[in-house]
Design a protein. Structure first.
Lengths: 671, 256
């Protein structure tokens, strides 16, 4: 057995969290004033944690690389947040939310953590409403819900298409109250560049002021990493430009195990890349698949004519279209889960049927929905024998009411009218389920160092359900960490203030400064982006939606080579002691160049297909599921937690065996 | 995709080494810009060129590049976030320009937004206004009342949501001839005054936020309405009217 201790409490699953809260140690209010906590990142997890810890009486130092905590990328989440409130009286319960999340994660998450998540989900909605978050309401004044992919109930709370923004601004306002009181010291435009350990415990961080370039030492009794996911290892993703893995990677190198790095979610409905100038990808809400039908032309001559600009998609007859999701998955059709839809689009495009210049796009067509809604509406209005033009007019009105803001966003970016011609979509990297390994208390393998939100691995298994990321971030920050951190800090009440003039702090500071100096002094010939794009391409081609052993081994070698080249030939202009965005980017890409290798190593180890992870060697060979993903519960029902040893791909694998006592393991089927 | 051809452009960009530097406009040619690229991607191309030549790239703020984080700014040809309406600079596309155009790019200009470098300004004054009262004083606990305990009319909830969509980018200040922050401050005041949860502290909130706004050196509002026109999220001037009402009520009853 491994050295990992998940610290999951004993007892029935529904009593574990209550029992644990009763058993863990607390810190008395007078002592909290003498304890400092560093929180890195101010998204939903970090922002809510910083506010809650400060309210409890701890001294919090919060760090954000942006110019304000309100800018963290949680703000871009569109769809909503799940909670088992059962306001719709449709049979929802904590158990159902727990079950859906474990099943959606393809049975690769830790049961006890997920149950706790479901248990506190209702509190999140109560808390946010009390803070003034303007959730959508019904005419009776009560909260409205919508349904999201992969589940049978309506449990998603939302604020237009800007739920993440409103929840983040709620956490930001709670932080502001504590900043105003002096309980949170906010460090904007600061980046954490290393973790400082003393006697094996996390005791502080080294951070860089991004405006002045000054390296700073900050001490604390605990360090909380809430820095989000690592999707930008792919260069192109729906993450913000600045989203990075540096904080997570630095603690990994200081002893925190990295779990399941290969679990990435690739979202099927993003706006395709239009050319090499592209810097990021924009997500279109998954809700579009409720009404859009996905297709590519059946015949290659039509594909070629479209690419040459000689044929419009609207001119292709029904019988010459391949609605491949409806063809392959008659039961779920266009509403198959994200991973299945993404792989199917890639399959068609790899076969040459992509419909734009880059060959990486499929159609999402609303014509049937417009006709259907138009006819319905005409009926409602009592219009008999409506003309085709009238039907289209009425139908477009219905579509606009449902998706108007998304259609407008699409038109702004692509310059085509999606009411009149099908949208083009393609999958893009969206979320990383993998992350820093944490126990039930959300503590990493470094004592006193915690990881919350997308930065940890714990709740989504191999695949995350829609509207669950916001739920997890806020659950960790508002309701889990503030309790569990006390268990560790109760032993720190006699520590006193931690000085930053110790050898450990000075050594870490020097290491950070030396690395920055090294970066600006390479004075090579290629820009940082050159290396980032090169890495991204390997990740996408060799470690993306579908992987095999040969290509993954090749990826490891290639990434090593790029990393070597980077440290010899990168050109970083400017100096270390000034506002220098190129230097900041260089540091982040240097870390991605290491993380990418571990990612490929983890993907290579996991010779099964599960959730968002598809191994070409592990498919069903016959029967109804022929060609579909084949999970291997006998050999891979574990969390892969990697211990850093020097070279990323030579990390040591520790396995946390997963136990499923409350849920029966089943094969997913969408046929 | 756009049918237009790639463009050659001249950029006139504000360069300023740091907060102390005087700063100046500098001309840069850029070639073969795709009309389908965004404005910031066009600046990426310029910066890649500058780095390859060994020059220092132009510093500008940006992050999400999907119009929601509020980090990007830029005063383009005399307009906050450029010529298009209801978009941030990151969602402005080059098809809005013509081959051969000269484009002037400046930072937000306001005393309360000092320039840090090139096109990057310090907007922490906005944060300090929010810290003065832009919140509801409720602690985190698992015991707040049930979210459905207080019904809120759909109209109030929708109006509060419209006010709450402010992204805090500062375009309203940059575009106002008085550099007033009234639209930004009023959006938060209005959001909370429309919701029952926010009504408890409405007087202190508006007085404290306005006090901080004045301390930061923002100008007064003279109702020109330029802020509403340039706001990428369409925040309504009505919020300013709501805030003025709230402020008046609070001032009178506080003194009494």
């Amino acid at each position: 057995m491994s050295i990992l201790d998940s610290k999951v409490p004993e007892g029935p699953i529904k009593d574990k969290w209550t029992k644990h809260k009763n058993d863990i140690n607390l810190v008395n209010p007078a002592n909290k004033r003498h304890i400092d906590i560093i929180v890195v990142g101010t998204g939903l997890a970090g922002g809510s944690a910083a506010a809650s810890l400060a309210e409890m009486g701890y001294n919090v130092k919060a760090f954000a690389y942006q110019d304000s905590p309100r800018r963290a990328h949680s703000i871009a989440a569109q769809g909503g947040i799940n909670a088992a409130k059962n306001y719709q009286n449709d049979g929802d319960s904590n158990y159902r939310l727990f079950y859906d999340t474990v099943k959606g994660g393809d049975y690769r998450s830790r049961e006890a953590n997920v149950y706790r998540l479901a248990e506190v989900s209702g509190n999140i909605i109560d808390q946010c409403v009390a803070q003034g978050v303007p959730f959508a309401r019904e005419y009776g004044g009560l909260l409205d819900n919508r349904s999201f992919g992969g589940v049978l109930v309506s449990r998603t709370f939302y604020a237009k298409g800007q739920t993440g923004q409103q929840l983040l601004l709620g956490a930001y306002s709670a932080m502001n109250r504590q900043i105003g009181k002096g309980k949170i010291t906010m460090y904007n435009r600061h980046e954490m560049l290393d973790l400082v350990k003393i006697d094996g415990k996390a005791r502080g961080i080294i951070a860089r002021d991004l405006v002045t370039g000054k390296i700073e030492k900050h001490s604390a009794h605990a360090v909380v990493i809430a820095s989000g996911g690592y999707g930008n290892v792919f260069f192109l993703s729906t993450n913000a430009m600045g989203s990075n893995a540096t904080a997570a990677w630095k603690i990994h190198k200081k002893g925190a195990f990295f779990a399941n790095p290969c679990y990435t979610q690739i979202h099927p409905t993003c706006i395709p890349r239009s050319g090499d100038h592209q810097s990021k990808l924009t997500l279109m809400s998954e809700s579009l698949r409720n009404d859009g039908r996905i297709w590519v032309p059946k015949h290659m001559k039509d594909v070629e004519a479209i690419r040459a600009g000689k044929l419009k998609p609207t001119e292709i007859e029904e019988e010459n279209r391949d609605y491949y999701l409806e063809r392959r998955y008659p039961a779920f059709g266009n509403l198959v889960p994200r991973d299945v839809a993404s792989r199917a689009a890639k399959e068609r495009c790899d076969a040459g049927y992509g419909v734009n210049a880059t060959g990486e796009a499929v159609y999402l067509d609303f014509k049937s929905a417009i006709n259907r809604y138009g006819n319905e509406k005409a009926h409602v209005l009592g219009i008999h024998n409506p003309s085709d033009a009238k039907i289209i007019e009425l139908g477009e009105g219905v579509i606009e009411a449902k998706y108007g803001n998304l259609f407008q966003m699409y038109e702004k970016i692509v310059d085509q009218n999606p009411y009149k011609t099908p949208m083009m979509i393609y999958p893009a990297v969206h979320y990383t389920m993998g992350g820093i390994w944490v126990d039930y208390n959300l503590m990493t393998t470094v004592p006193g160092c915690y990881a919350i939100g997308e930065a940890n691995f714990s709740d989504h298994g191999a695949n995350r359900l829609g509207a669950s990321a916001l739920m997890q971030g806020l659950a960790d920050g508002y309701f889990v960490l503030p309790y569990t951190i006390g268990d560790y800090l109760s032993n720190e009440i006699r520590t006193g203030e931690i000085p930053t003039d110790s050898k450990e702090f000075n050594d870490a500071e020097k290491e950070v400064s030396d690395r920055l100096e090294k970066l600006v002094n390479i004075k090579g010939t290629k820009s940082v982006d050159y290396f980032h794009k090169k890495l991204g391409l390997i990740m996408w081609n060799n470690a993306g939606m579908a992987r095999n052993a040969t290509e993954l081994k090749e990826a490891i070698d290639k990434i090593k080579a790029i990393r070597e080249e980077f440290w010899k030939d990168v050109r970083v202009s400017g100096s270390t002691n000034s506002f220098n965005p190129e230097l900041v980017k260089a540091g982040r890409v240097a870390d991605f160049l290491e993380l990418g290798e571990l990612f490929a190593r983890d993907a290579l180890d996991r010779n099964e297909s599960c959730g968002g992870h598809f191994r070409e060697e592990s498919v069903e060979l016959d029967g109804e599921q022929k060609g579909e993903a084949k999970r291997d519960d006998v050999n891979y029902k574990y969390v892969a937690a990697w211990e850093f040893t020097g070279e990323p791909s030579e990390a040591i694998l520790h396995k946390e065996e997963l136990e499923f006592n409350d849920i029966e393991l089943k094969q997913r089927s969408y046929k | 995709m756009s049918e237009k051809k790639d463009m050659d452009l001249t950029l006139k960009i504000w360069r300023q080494k740091d907060a102390q530097d005087k700063g100046q406009m500098v001309n840069y040619p850029v070639k073969s810009i795709s009309p389908d690229s965004s404005f910031l991607e066009m600046l990426d191309v310029l910066n890649e060129d500058l780095v390859n030549k060994g020059d220092e790239p132009v510093a500008f703020d940006h992050d999400c590049r999907e119009g929601i984080c509020g980090m990007c700014s830029l005063y383009i040809n005399g307009e906050a976030h450029g010529p298009d309406r209801k978009v941030t600079t990151c969602q402005l596309h080059m098809r809005k320009f013509k081959d051969g155009d000269t484009i002037t790019i400046e930072p937000w200009r306001a005393n309360a937004f000092p320039v840090l470098k090139d096109l990057v300004v310090d907007r922490s004054s906005f944060d300090r206004i929010q810290q003065a009262g832009g919140f509801i004083s409720v602690n985190t606990s698992g015991n707040t009342q049930d979210a459905n305990a207080i019904p809120i009319s759909k109209i109030d909830a929708d109006n509060a949501m419209d006010a709450a969509t402010c992204i805090g980018c500062g375009a309203c200040v940059a575009t106002c001839k008085n550099a007033s922050a009234m639209l930004f401050v009023s959006a938060k005041v209005a959001q909370f005054s429309l919701l029952p949860q926010g009504k408890v502290e409405r007087k202190e909130r508006v007085l404290n936020m306005v006090h901080q706004m004045d301390l930061e050196g923002f100008g007064n509002c003279t109702n020109t309405g330029a802020c509403e026109v340039e706001c990428p999220k369409g925040i309504s001037l009505e919020n300013i009217a709501i805030m003025n009402t709230e402020y008046l009520k609070a001032s009178i009853s506080k003194k009494a």
